[in-house]
Ligand binder design. Structure first.
Ligand code: GLC
Ligand code: MG
Length: 260
């Protein structure tokens, strides 16, 4: 398939964990319907996740995740295009754009002395993503706000972006990165801008998708930080009544992608 010659009507950018996963039977129903739409050339599917590439590929084999047309991994700091291979390199053009200003060392300095903070395992820490856990901090939420405040006070909001998810995970990534901006970049890179974008997610690292795009599905099991997303007049974010993949199916019906 020559991607530059395809013009899918719909572009679905979905988070994986607790958006697609969580209800195996619903995921199977959703994956089947997405597969059909892709075969008809009507849907371009982007998996947009905090996971590492290998965890997404394992998910195709072991969790019944639908195969995507693109993978945005590590919270929007890496982009991969098919054919997917475990040891492949991420898209160079996106990597170069993000590397310009980001210093891992400076990003880590915003975490100095935060009580109860634990760094995530090395495999989740990359040159473009500094990730830690705050669930053992006396007040996780306050600790996250403090880290954000430090970035602001240093006048570095244009360089570093703090992402707070699920009462546990805190990532510092380039301000130019994140799932929302990575999708934008991809649409322009592949000349897919005429398609209608719909995003789907459940937690804080999905916020940038909802900020960037008007049409989105928030599954019912979403975390408070995503549910609290302000509803502006312009956006048409659909708050599903159902959890996990069943919520995604409900949202895709709402937007008319699924006829019933
Ligand atoms: C995924 C990543 C982790 C990150 C979290 C929230 O779980 O593996 O590093 O902190 O998403 O973005
Ligand atoms: Mg999730």
């Amino acid at each position: 398939m020559n991607l530059s010659e395809t013009h899918p009507e719909w572009i679905l950018a979905s988070d994986i964990d607790n958006t697609l996963t969580g209800d195996e039977q619903a995921l199977e129903r959703l994956a089947q319907r997405l597969r059909t739409l892709r075969e008809e050339g009507r849907l371009f599917l982007i998996l947009s996740t905090g996971r590492r590439l290998v965890q997404v590929l394992d998910g195709f084999e072991q969790e019944g995740l639908p195969e995507g047309d693109a993978i945005i991994s590590q919270v929007g700091t890496e982009i991969y295009l098919p054919p997917f291979e475990a040891d492949m390199a991420p898209l160079q053009a996106w990597k170069e754009r993000l590397e310009a200003e980001f210093s891992r060392q400076e990003a880590e300095s915003f975490l100095d002395g935060i009580e109860g903070l634990r760094m995530q395992p090395d495999k989740y820490n990359t040159p473009l993503k500094v990730s830690c856990y705050l669930d053992e901090a006396p007040e996780p939420e306050a600790a996250a706000r403090e880290i954000e405040r430090r970035v602001r006070t240093a006048g570095k909001e244009d360089v570093y972006q703090v992402i707070w998810s699920s009462g546990r995970d805190l990532d510092i990534i380039p301000a130019a990165a994140g799932k929302g901006k990575a999708i934008r970049f991809l649409l322009s890179f592949l000349d897919l801008e005429s398609g209608q974008v719909i995003v789907a997610g459940d937690s804080g690292n999905d916020r940038t998708m909802f900020e960037e795009f008007d049409y989105g599905i928030i599954v019912a099991n979403a975390q408070p930080e995503l549910k609290a997303l302000p509803e502006s007049e312009a956006d048409s974010h659909y708050r599903a009544g159902e959890d996990y993949a069943a919520g995604v199916i409900e949202g895709l019906r709402h937007f008319g992608i699924f006829p019933d």
